[in-house]
Write a protein that binds this ligand. Structure first.
Ligand code: NDP
Ligand code: GDR
Length: 373
C-alpha cells in the first residue's frame, strides 16, 4: 500500500516541491488549496491528474486552516500516514498589517490540525511535520542558532509560529504523537513568492535589465540571512518524519550573507556591475558596467536600486545564521545547492519571463508587469 500524505500549503513554494518529492517516492499525495477568485495552483499544475481516472495519486481538496470542521473532514477522508503543515500567512512584513489573521492561521491552524488528528483517534497512526522557522530566534541570543538556542520572536508572524512550535511539542509529549518541528532558515527558489526579498531582487533586476521597470525600491539592505534552496529543505522535511522517534531539527546552510550581497550577485548574473553609494535611506546602487546582452535597457550611471523606508519593518530581525550540525550528524543531511547556484537559477528563470514580456511590448502588445511588492 502506498503511503498517503496530506500537505497544507501545497500551492506554495515548499508545498509544490514536497508534493513532487513524495510523488517520486510513490506516495499518494493530498493537498489543501484555498478558494481564490482566480486559479492559484500554478506551482502544482504540472502535477495535476484528471479526477476521472482511477488510482489518482495527486488530489487537491478545498480547505482553509481557519476552518476546523473542514480540516477534520479532510483528515477523516484521507486518513493520512503523514501530515505536513506548510500552510501559513508566511510573510513577516504582512503579519504586522494582519496580526490577528496571522495568529488564527499560523498558530490556531496548527492546533486545529493536531486536535483533528486526536479527535479522530489517529494520534498513533498519523505523523505530523510543523513548518517552524528561524524567525523564532528573532533578536538572536546566540550565534549561530541551534536547537537549544532560546527564542525571541520579533513579529506577529514569529509569535504565532512560536505557539505552533510549542503546541507541536506539547502534543508529542502529552499524547505520544509523532510530531516534530523543522526549524528552517530562509530557503528560496524560482518558485519563491514575488514579495520575498530574493525573488523581489531577481525578478526586479531582470525586469529593469529588459526595460520593463526603472528602479527597485528596497528595505533594510544590511539584513543578514542564511539562505538555502527549497529543494534541499523539503527533502529534510520528509527525512524528519522517517525516524524512529520524533525530534526537532534546525535546517540551515551555516553561511550568512546580506541583502546587498544578493543584489550584487543577481546583477552580476545579468552582466551588470553595481556600485553602492550613500548611506541609510540615501543608499542607492549605480550601474558602473554592463557586459553581454541581457541588459540592453541599461547604461552607465543608471540608478537601479534605492531604499524606501516603506519596506522597513516595525521590528527587524537583523541577523540569522543557523547551525545544522544535528541534522548532518543524525540524518546525514547536507544542502546540495549553494546560494550562488540558487541565485543563478532564479535570475535565469526571471530573465526568461522578462524577455518574453519585453518582446511582446516591443511588438505592440499591452503587457502589465506588476511591480507592487
Ligand atoms: P508560501 O507563502 O509560498 O506558501 C504558503 C502556503 O500556505 C500557500 O499554499 C498558501 O495558499 C497557504 N495558505 C495561506 N493561508 C492559508 C490558509 N488560511 N489556509 C490554508 N492554506 C493557506 O510559503 P513557503 O512555501 O515559503 O513556506 C512554507 C511554510 O514554511 C510556511 O508555513 C512558512 O511560514 C514556513 N517557513 C518558510 C520558510 C522559507 O524560507 N520559505 C522558512 C521557515 C519556515 P495560497 O497559495 O492560496 O496563498
Ligand atoms: P523573512 O524573508 O522576513 O526572513 O521571512 P524576506 O525575504 O521577506 O526578508 C528577508 C530580509 O530582507 C529584508 N528586506 C526586504 N524584505 C522584503 N520582503 N522586501 C524588501 O524590499 C526588503 N528589503 C530588505 C527584510 O527586512 C528581512 O530582514 C522568510 C519567510 O519565508 C518566513 O515565512 C520564514 O519563516 C523566514 O523567511 C525564515
Amino acid at each position: 500500500m502506498a503511503k498517503r500524505a496530506l500537505i497544507t500549503g501545497v500551492t506554495g513554494q515548499d508545498g509544490s516541491y514536497l508534493a513532487e518529492l513524495l510523488l517520486e517516492k510513490g506516495y499518494e499525495v493530498h493537498g489543501i488549496k484555498r478558494r481564490a477568485s482566480q486559479f492559484n495552483t500554478q506551482r502544482v499544475d504540472h502535477l495535476y491528474e484528471d479526477p476521472h481516472i482511477d488510482n489518482q495519486r495527486f488530489v487537491l481538496h478545498y480547505g482553509d486552516l481557519s476552518d476546523s470542521s473542514n480540516l477534520t473532514r479532510i483528515i477523516r477522508e484521507v486518513c493520512p500516514d503523514e501530515i505536513y503543515n506548510l500552510g501559513a500567512q508566511s510573510h513577516v512584513a504582512v503579519s504586522f498589517e494582519s496580526p490577528e489573521y496571522t495568529a488564527d492561521v499560523d498558530a490556531m491552524g496548527t492546533l486545529r490540525l493536531l486536535e483533528a488528528v486526536r479527535f479522530l483517534g489517529l494520534e498513533k497512526k498519523t505523523r505530523f511535520y510543523q513548518a517552524s522557522t528561524s524567525e523564532l530566534y528573532g533578536l538572536v541570543q546566540e550565534i549561530p542558532q541551534k536547537e537549544t538556542t532560546p527564542f525571541y520572536p520579533r513579529s506577529p508572524y514569529a509569535v504565532a509560529k512560536l505557539y505552533a512550535y510549542w503546541i507541536t511539542v506539547n502534543y508529542r509529549e502529552a499524547y505520544g504523537m509523532y510530531a516534530c518541528n523543522g526549524i528552517l532558515f530562509n530557503h528560496e527558489s524560482p518558485r519563491r513568492g514575488e514579495t520575498f526579498v530574493t525573488r523581489k531582487i531577481t525578478r526586479g533586476l531582470a525586469n529593469i535589465a529588459q526595460g520593463l521597470e526603472k528602479c527597485l525600491y528596497m528595505g533594510n539592505l544590511n539584513a543578514l540571512r542564511d539562505w538555502g534552496h527549497a529543494k534541499d529543505y523539503v527533502r529534510m522535511q520528509w527525512m524528519m518524519l522517517q525516524q524512529d522517534t520524533a525530534e526537532d531539527f534546525v535546517i540551515a546552510t551555516g553561511v550568512q550573507y546580506s541583502v546587498r550581497d544578493f543584489i550584487r550577485w543577481s546583477a552580476a548574473e545579468l552582466g551588470i556591475e553595481l556600485r553602492f553609494e550613500g548611506e541609510g535611506v540615501e543608499e542607492r546602487a549605480v550601474v558602473i558596467g554592463v557586459t553581454g546582452d541581457d541588459a540592453p535597457a541599461l547604461k552607465i550611471g543608471d540608478v537601479v536600486v534605492r531604499v524606501d523606508p516603506r519596506y522597513f519593518r516595525p521590528a527587524e530581525v537583523e541577523t540569522l545564521l543557523g547551525d545544522p550540525a544535528k541534522a548532518k550528524e543524525r540524518l546525514g543531511w547536507v544542502p546540495e545547492i549553494t546560494v550562488q547556484q540558487m541565485c543563478e537559477e532564479m535570475v535565469a528563470e526571471d530573465l526568461k519571463v522578462a524577455k518574453r514580456h519585453a518582446f511582446l511590448r516591443f511588438h505592440g502588445h499591452d503587457v502589465a508587469v506588476s511591480v507592487e511588492s
